[in-house]
Design a protein around this ligand. Structure first.
Ligand SMILES: [Zn+2]
Length: 134
């Protein structure tokens, strides 16, 4: 478990642009980096095409994982949006969390997106501080 994930403001902005483009549907993607630092985001198609649910498209997910490995990075996070809230991971998100990485929820309140991080283990979510750098 990690308690802080470090990422740049521009990386956060890239995630926001990706999920904003797909709203009101949920959007998702993965974060590549090292240990507690995210360096790159890769958007993945939401196969569910739903405003309240996401399922990463298996082909695009595999393609993203291949890219991460080819670039000598690790999977450090998975992000998805809640265009109509809430700010936190849902019971379904907790149940379906398949990777021990930081789960970032981008939630929207009116036109503003907010990001919060969570570590999910043993069916419990623990907040992970997102430390935004320049
Ligand atoms: Zn969710």
């Amino acid at each position: 478990m990690i308690s802080t994930l470090v990422l740049s403001g521009s990386l956060l902005q890239e995630m926001i642009v990706h999920v904003d483009q797909h709203a009101p549907l949920e959007a998702c993607g993965v974060l590549a980096g090292k240990v507690d630092r995210a360096e790159k985001m890769i958007g993945v198609l939401n196969q569910a095409q739903s405003p309240v649910r996401f399922v990463m498209d298996p082909y695009e997910q595999l393609h993203a994982f291949d890219w991460i490995e080819a670039n000598g990075l690790d999977l450090v996070g998975i992000f998805h949006s809640h265009p109509a809230g809430p700010e936190t991971v849902s019971p379904t998100d907790i149940l379906e969390a398949a990777y021990e990485v930081v789960h970032i929820v981008l939630s929207r309140a009116e036109t503003h997106w907010k990001a919060r991080g969570f570590w999910i283990e043993n069916n419990e979510a623990h907040e992970v501080v997102l430390q935004i750098t320049e």
